[in-house]
Design a binder for this molecule. Structure first.
Ligand code: THU
Ligand code: ZN
Length: 296
């Protein structure tokens, strides 16, 4: 177990800490809890579902990487399947602040990359910033989404984001978490194929510049990341950030990356290449391989 996770566990109420320990120490722990695991944790700790989620926020926040702010934000996305997905903020020293991942984006992307089809709520240990409110307004559940904060009554996203600007203002009916399947041709290299699969499931209704990333880990396996666009453009989450979220939540350091492949469409109106290369370089990862594809 990594030291910050162990630290967060030690700060949990004793009954919850005892019940949580076997999950957190399991090699298979992937920073999420199934509905059955949540029920078992509630039973062992005597906590209601909401109080349990509040108690798990420091566990989520323990995944934060904050070389710039030392401000740890933890979030939990509640999937419609009943699974809870942890997330935390990630900052990148030597890269522009725009590359930062917010905890809400991390938890939501974690659920999306795990093929969850929608969310019922998002819990976070600090009030969500404007950028996160806008990011969440892109979700297929934006009209029903509940935001949970410790010491605050649950409220709808639209309580936090009245008169929202969203996909419909740009004439787009698609929303984030709607299933995507862009038809890309396959590739002989399995790592490139993984990046293509991610690009095929990416969400880019505004530019159609679908893109995906695959990060090879210890020359053995990989994590992938999908691009998630936003109606207000700036809160869009690049594919690299999506992959780095999964890398961090699976417990791998950036130094475990042995290859990085970006897939994007040839002659697209925007490109992830230079920003991804710069962020990876700031993390000490070279080079970025880029493969351009045409839609079938
Ligand atoms: N942060 C979040 O993760 N969520 C929010 O909505 C508020 C801000 C993070 C971003 C950055 O890493 C740090 O907190 C300081 O803004
Ligand atoms: Zn935010």
């Amino acid at each position: 177990m990594n030291p910050s996770l162990l630290h967060a566990l030690q700060d949990c109420p004793p009954q919850l800490a005892q019940a949580l320990r076997p999950y957190l120490t399991a090699d298979t722990f992937n920073a999420s809890f199934s509905a059955e695991e949540i029920a078992a944790l509630q039973q062992a700790s005597g906590l209601s579902a909401t109080d349990l989620a509040v108690a798990l926020l420091p566990i989520a926040a323990s995944y934060a990487i904050t070389p710039l702010s030392q401000f740890h934000v933890g979030a939990i996305a509640h999937g419609v399947s009943g699974r809870w997905y942890l997330g935390a903020n990630m900052e990148f020293a030597l890269a522009p602040l725009q590359q930062t991942v917010h905890a809400e984006q991390s938890a939501i992307t974690h659920a999306w990359m795990s093929n969850e089809t929608s969310l019922t709520g998002v819990m976070v240990n600090y009030t969500p910033c404007g950028h996160c409110r806008q990011f969440m307004n892109e979700l297929n559940c934006a009209q029903q989404l509940t935001i949970y904060l410790p010491d605050c009554a649950p409220q709808s996203l639209h309580h936090y984001l009245p008169n929202a600007f969203g996909p419909k203002d740009l004439g787009i009916t698609d929303t984030l978490f709607d299933p995507q399947s862009q038809p890309f041709a396959s590739h002989p290299d399995p790592l490139v194929r993984a990046a293509i699969e991610a690009a095929s499931q990416s969400y880019a209704p505004y530019t159609r510049a679908y893109s995906g990333i695959a990060l090879e880990i210890n020359a053995e396996h990989w994590v992938t990341g999908r691009y998630a666009e936003n109606a207000a453009f700036n809160p869009s989450l690049p594919p690299l950030q999506s992959a780095l979220i999964i890398l961090q939540l699976q417990g791998y350091p950036v130094s475990a990356i042995t290859r990085a492949v970006l897939v994007e469409i040839a002659d697209a109106s925007i490109s992830q290449q230079s920003a991804s290369e710069a962020t990876l370089a700031a993390l000490g990862v070279h080079p970025l391989e880029t493969v351009t594809l045409t839609l079938e």
